[in-house]
Design a binder for this molecule. Structure first.
Ligand code: CUV
Length: 553
């Protein structure tokens, strides 16, 4: 599962890096470099000489050096991105344990080779091999996140809405579902141009793009596109009878969608040649024909709109305001309103003085083993009441957005007094006329790396390693291989990591022990498996208290 997760995130990353390489060569007119400053920051981070180079040349070099992480054959050289983004102490530890991947593709393939029948059968060795894969996953998602920011813009706070009620009966509704922003970004651009066509077809309000899962998170935080739903209820968007097309790319897409679409007028459109579904319409997407593909998809949706059956329309009127788009840069910008010279200082001071007890990152999926979104809310409310700062990504972020925990009212209602005071101070200084939202939306699954960027900055600032910080992670509804990979690198970088679903390892006492106590000895991080969200919330509060004690704060 760790290898599959790493492969999924890293294929996504490779796709983005290859596209950026082509942009650098001027071969993709539909795309451009939207965050030049970030491009240069990354070039510096990766030790790329930019002197006297054109911006596009720098983009090419950044993409090319990034792609070395898929090609390097020297086992003694760790992947560039991991070395550039984790604290030195952590990189050294991982290197000593032999857990540092040197090449994403090789690491995935080696796991597949060593788990073949009759190979690696020593539990700790298999576990460490898996951890290497999980760290390759981290490497793949870091590069995907950072290069996406360069190409599509670094997110900053934007106000939008979430939940099924964002589907609008008076518009041509197009849901973008999956993970990779390469096509959905262009669909957002082209939809503006084609708005009048939708109106001519009878849709009073033109085109309404809505998001699902992580493609939804990507366009939500960069364009304010409302989020219809997260993983487990993706079919429900079609059941409104008012969704005209669902366009999907990769990962976490239910193969039942075309069948559900057939009960209505909804076009289910696959776009990636390696991810097709029986019964779906396939429109093959390649970056060179991005604009044509986007036009074709939107035209399909407009045509479908004219076939709607008004008797089947039933859109539940549920939606919540969500303030989203807290990239690590956006967090630093917000903090710099309090201290322009040393933006991290207000955060560090408030953690040290206990106004903020710690930080929790919610990541991961929805699972059929749980009541959708419920555990997220219960754990978050427990932590918030105990003055823990909350971050979220992926379908976890979707859960909070849909249920109204990503807005200012939620802070007023659920944050402990000292947390509320800090969030209000930062929010007011940032011109939000009130607090920051209770849960900060950091983006899609690949954007978990943003939380690590922030944690690394904190660790470096305090001169400690990540495992010393009062920082925890929680995946209350972990389901996918990617979630397993994320949780595993969470442990490997030193985070106590909660799983609310039982991983398929409990048949072995040795492995179960290894994931909890064994991992703690190796990495400082470990798995906390707890299916009861109330107990889980309290356990995480206790862990944070213990970490604070360890730091003497
Ligand atoms: Ni992007 S991996 S269900 S949260 S999208 Fe959500 Fe992930 Fe899939 Fe899991």
């Amino acid at each position: 599962m760790m290898a599959a997760g790493a492969a999924a995130h890293s294929e996504h990353g490779r796709h983005i890096a290859l596209a950026m390489q082509k942009i650098g060569k001027g071969l993709l007119p539909a795309y451009r470099i939207r965050d030049e400053d970030k491009l240069y920051r990354i070039a510096e981070l990766l030790d790329i000489d930019t002197l006297g180079k054109e911006m596009l040349e720098v983009a090419y070099d950044v993409a090319t050096k990034t792609l070395e992480d898929y090609q390097n054959q020297d086992h003694h050289k760790g992947c560039h991105w991991i070395s550039a983004t984790l604290p030195d102490k952590r990189v050294d530890l991982l290197s000593r344990l032999g857990a540092l991947p040197h090449n994403i593709d090789a690491t995935v393939s080696q796991i597949m080779a060593r788990t073949h029948i009759g190979c690696d059968a020593e539990p700790k060795n298999v576990f460490l091999g898996g951890i290497r894969g999980a760290l390759a996953d981290f490497n793949g998602m870091s590069l995907a996140t950072e290069l996406s920011d360069v190409m599509f813009g670094t997110p900053s706070p934007v106000v939008t809405e979430a939940n099924i009620g964002v589907i609008d009966k008076d518009a041509v509704n197009i849901a973008v579902n999956g993970h990779n922003p390469l096509l959905s970004e262009i669909i957002c651009d082209i939809a503006r141009d084609m708005n009048d066509l939708a109106k001519e077809a009878g849709a009073e309000k033109g085109i309404n793009i809505v998001g699902i899962c992580c493609t939804g998170n990507e366009v939500m935080m960069r364009h304010g596109v409302p989020l219809a739903t997260n993983y487990l209820s993706q079919e429900m968007a079609i059941l409104t009878g008012a969704l005209d097309a669902m366009v999907v790319d990769v990962q976490c897409i239910m193969p039942s969608l075309p069948q559900v679409g057939n009960c209505f007028h909804t076009e289910v459109i696959t776009t990636m040649d390696e991810n097709k579904m029986q019964g779906a319409r396939h429109i093959s997407f390649h970056e060179q024909n991005a604009v044509e593909t986007a036009r074709e998809v939107i035209q399909c949706a407009i045509n479908a709109f004219t076939r709607r059956d008004p008797n089947k329309i039933n859109i539940p009127n549920v939606k919540q305001t969500a303030v989203v788009g807290f990239s690590s840069e956006a967090v630093i910008t917000a903090l710099s309103n309090l201290d322009a010279v040393d933006p991290l200082k207000p955060l560090v001071d408030n953690i040290v003085n206990g106004n903020i007890q710690g930080v929790a990152l919610f990541a991961g999926c929805n699972s059929t083993q749980t009541v959708q979104d419920e555990s997220y809310q219960i754990i978050a409310k427990t932590l918030a009441a105990n003055n823990v700062l909350l971050l979220a990504t992926g379908c976890g972020a979707g859960a909070f957005a849909k249920h109204g925990l990503m807005n200012q009212q939620a802070t007023e209602q659920y944050a402990g007094d000292s947390l509320k005071a800090v969030l209000t101070q930062i929010g007011d200084a940032a011109g939000l006329n009130g607090p920051l939202p209770l849960v900060l939306h950091m983006g899609s699954c690949v954007d978990n790396s943003r939380a690590v960027t922030l944690a690394t900055a904190l660790a470096n600032r305090l001169g400690v390693d990540l495992c010393d910080l009062p920082v925890v992670a929680s995946a209350p509804e972990a389901m996918s291989e990617k979630a397993i990979a994320i949780a595993s690198w969470g442990v490997a970088i030193g985070l106590p990591t909660h799983l609310g679903t039982i991983p398929q390892v409990t048949g072995s006492d040795v492995v179960t022990e290894l994931m909890q106590e064994g991992a703690k000895d190796l990495f400082g991080g470990y798995f906390i498996v707890e299916t009861d969200p109330k107990i889980a919330g309290n356990k995480l509060v206790e862990v944070i208290k213990a970490k604070r004690q360890g730091l003497g704060i």
